[in-house]
Design a protein around this ligand. Structure first.
Ligand code: PEP
Ligand code: MN
Length: 340
């Protein structure tokens, strides 16, 4: 159930609704909005008694939620969430968020060379995996904590916010310590204990869509994180498995408007994993911005031919620079900055 407060409800009215929810043994999730505050309820295994809330001061209405998810929906928060990543770095606001960097952190020389180009492009976020979920156990698994330390150096030197993946409890503790955004990879989208752990992180969470996940399953994964009290979730469409042979994955562009019709969460596109091919990344990045994505996550390498992972889909520094130029122009057309 969802309690919608009147526009003039006081802090006290809100606190009283929260108290009643807690007293019933459930968990309140208070979402302040531009025009009103709504309070989601989780933890109930049977329908909540609406009459218990309708009589409380400041309550406009109590709505029964019929969808499988509650906290991700526009019913709870009708305006889009803007996720603040510290300073003026945001995902979901008016600015197109660009997250760029190598697939994996390999060396100081590599991350510094790429970060310099990322900073120069005006992007605010740097990506790079220190813990890599690889198909083969013999493939490069990432530098671990040493990689996170290099990412922290990048933040220090370039002022970029760090987006990096956690794959289990131990890496989650380290990511929490060193990073700015906690990435949950496609292969872990239904790793429910990791989702709950991300829900207890102080960091915003970038949640990739699973390799064969439906939009509903993806949103329910976001719901897991939010139900733990972390409302700062960014969805990432990175392509799904289909029968095609011309791409690594099929980038599901229609998922963007599909999600935006249901959820207030920002959604970014990953055309690198979404195509797996260098020459397809820029065209699909353009398309992603054109369908209304809130941002892009792009793999970039100073020497793609030498990359320890995902070299085939990594852009060179020059290609990346050109991509940013193009996608900004498209974003400007479809979401012009307000004048004055
Ligand atoms: C990544 O971003 O490096 C990654 C492993 O992506 P995905 O989880 O989408 O495969
Ligand atoms: Mn990769």
């Amino acid at each position: 159930m969802l309690i919608v407060m009147k526009a003039d409800a006081t802090e006290r009215d809100i606190a009283e609704v929260e108290r009643v929810i807690t007293e019933l043994g459930y968990r309140p999730h208070t979402m302040p909005g531009a025009s009103r505050t709504a309070i989601g309820i989780t933890g109930n295994d049977k329908p909540v008694d609406i009459t218990r809330f309708e009589i409380l001061p400041g309550v406009a209405e109590a709505i029964r939620v019929t969808k499988p998810y509650k906290l991700v929906t526009l019913d709870l928060r009708p305006e889009k969430s803007v996720i603040s990543v510290g300073g003026d770095a945001q995902i979901g606001g008016g600015e197109l968020a660009i997250i760029a960097g190598p697939c994996a952190v390999e060396s100081r020389e590599q991350v510094f060379a790429v970060a310099e180009a990322v900073r120069r492009s005006g992007a605010r976020f740097f990506r790079g995996g220190a813990f890599k979920p690889r198909t083969s156990p013999y493939a490069f698994q990432g530098l671990g904590e040493e990689g996170l330390k290099l990412l922290a150096e990048v933040r220090e030197a370039f002022g970029l916010k760090i987006v990096t993946e956690a794959v289990d409890e131990a890496s989650a503790d380290l990511v929490d310590r060193y990073a700015d955004v906690f990435q949950v990879g496609a292969r872990n989208m239904q790793n429910f204990s990791l989702l709950k752990r991300a829900g207890r992180s102080r960091l915003p969470v970038l949640l990739k869509r699973g390799l064969s996940a439906t939009v509903d399953e993806w949103l329910l994964a976001a719901e897991y994180i939010m139900a733990e009290g972390n409302y700062n979730v960014i969805l990432c469409e990175r392509g799904v498995r289909t029968f095609t042979q011309h791409t690594r994955n099929t980038l599901d562009l229609a998922a963007i408007p599909a999600v935006q019709r249901i959820s207030h969460l920002p959604v970014v596109i990953d055309p690198s994993h979404g195509t797996g091919k260098n020459h397809m990344v820029t065209p699909l990045a353009r398309a992603g911005v054109a369908v209304g994505a809130d941002g892009l996550i792009i793999e970039v390498h100073n020497q793609p031919e030498r990359a320890l992972s995902d070299g085939a889909q990594s852009l060179t520094l020059e290609q990346y620079e050109q991509l940013v130029h193009e996608v900004r122009a498209i974003h400007e057309v479809i979401a012009p900055a307000p004048v004055g």
